[in-house]
Design a protein around this ligand. Structure first.
Ligand SMILES: Nc1nc2c(c(=O)[nH]1)N[C@H]1C(S)=C(S)[C@@H](COP(=O)(O)O)O[C@H]1N2
Ligand SMILES: [Mo]
Length: 396
């Protein structure tokens, strides 16, 4: 079964199901062979497509992702947590992680249209970019986090590698998102009371799409976003328009939206049936989905430190951030002795729900090797679990 989940697209891969561990701009042997054998499906490269031309496909990610700031996983770029040390609350656009199923498309805002249609609307129509920009605007600060964030730790914890990009903890970012509430757009197309699911669809090669229920679509902070941290939404993050679905798994936040289907019946796509579902014997399939589908992100915490990093011995102020898809973080504790004893961390404002809270803790570091832990609790009483059960695609 092709995996549409959290794998990365490799540069030479014309199939869309990249699973190699090449770095951006490089070309793995396997990717090169695929390039030669992969037929002439490479639409962006013209019909004649010599192997040489096809060996230089369009870049997967357009913004610079230098190794000081990012771990490169093919089409996916992971933020290094140490870049957030001594910075502010928001992740600057240049450091924000990128997760592309294929590659960043270049979309012309002049000819771009957003079509809204389906059995759940009475007056289907298309919107221009200017029409979207001229609707009521809202700005909110929220995280976007990949469902596979932290996936590499399944192998560490269980000795068994989960399928997909081996992220550490850097597949998350917090930004200020500006756009029009999706609700405003749905009201202009005669949304029916019987509408049930809303499925935005991307203009990328795979037309990545995944439905959300109408209740979430109508939430006041579910936005069609066109600006990020005060700038025009960058191409890699969904220009001209992406969806923001606060608290939900990253893939709900569809980039480069060109179409929205509103339906009176449940909607399915590969991204809520084959991937972004929990697959393991103890999770029951719920046909047509292969397992329970994922919605809200669970709690996590990260230190603003490099992995396997070194810090000088002595009294140190360590910093980190914690987040929950369910709401505001109310408590964070840190352990320096593998979870035997815990001490509270100081939370620092702002503390925005479905974004994150920054925290600090003092540590008198004696020379040696340590494994640091942090755990958070949110306002709904959810705790950060010490471990999560294995699932094949390594989510949550
Ligand atoms: N059209 C489209 N939307 C998409 C994706 C994609 O590949 N194509 N990736 C999704 C996933 S899995 C995540 S985690 C987020 C990442 O958003 P970012 O790249 O802006 O950080 O975008 C989501 N939206
Ligand atoms: Mo994701």
């Amino acid at each position: 079964m092709p995996d549409r989940g959290e794998t990365e697209h490799s540069p030479g891969d014309q199939t869309g199901w990249g699973d190699t561990e090449t770095s951006q701009g490089g070309l793995s042997r396997r990717g090169f062979l695929r390039t030669l054998l992969g037929g002439v499906g490479a639409t962006c490269l013209g019909g004649l497509g010599s192997p040489v031309a096809r060996a230089q496909p369009a870049p997967l990610v357009l913004k610079p992702t230098p190794p000081e700031f990012f771990y490169n996983h093919g089409s996916n770029s992971e933020m290094r947590w140490e870049v957030m040390a001594n910075r502010g609350y928001l992740v600057p656009n240049e450091f924000f992680f990128v997760r592309n199923h294929t590659r960043t498309p270049r979309v012309d805002p002049g000819t771009w249209r957003l079509r809204v249609e389906g059995s759940g609307v009475g007056r289907p129509r298309a919107f221009t970019y200017d029409e979207i920009l001229n609707m009521p605007a809202v700005s909110v600060i929220r995280f976007i986090e990949c469902a596979g964030n932290g996936r590499s730790f399944f192998e560490v914890a269980y000795g068994r590698r989960a399928q997909g990009t081996q992220w550490k903890l850097g597949a998350i970012g917090v930004a200020e998102w500006t756009g029009v509430p999706l609700r405003e757009v749905l009201e202009r197309v005669g949304l029916k009371r019987t509408a049930r699911d809303v499925m935005p669809e991307g203009l990328d090669d795979l037309r990545v799409r995944r439905p959300i229920p109408i209740e979430k679509a109508l939430a006041e902070d579910t936005l069609l976003v066109y600006a990020m941290n005060g700038d025009v939404l960058p191409p890699d993050h969904g220009f001209p328009v992406r969806l923001l679905v606060p608290g939900w798994i990253g893939v709900a936040n569809i980039k480069w939206v060109g179409r929205i289907e509103v339906s009176e019946t449940p909607l399915y796509s590969p991204w809520n049936t084959e991937s972004y579902v929990l697959i393991e014997p103890e999770y029951r399939p719920s046909p047509p989905a292969l397992g329970p589908t994922l919605t809200v992100q669970n709690l996590k915490s990260a230190f603003e430190l490099p992995w396997d990093g070194e810090i000088p011995a002595g009294r140190r102020l360590l910093r980190g951030r914690s987040w929950s898809g369910h709401g505001r973080i109310v408590r964070v504790e840190v352990s320096f002795d593998r979870g035997i004893s815990w001490q509270p961390a100081q939370l620092r404002d702002p503390n925005i729900p479905q974004a994150w809270v920054r925290w600090e803790v003092e540590w008198d570091a004696r020379p040696g090797q340590y494994s640091l832990r942090a755990r958070a609790t949110d306002e709904r009483g959810n705790g950060q679990p010490a471990s999560v059960p294995f699932n094949e695609q390594g989510y949550l």
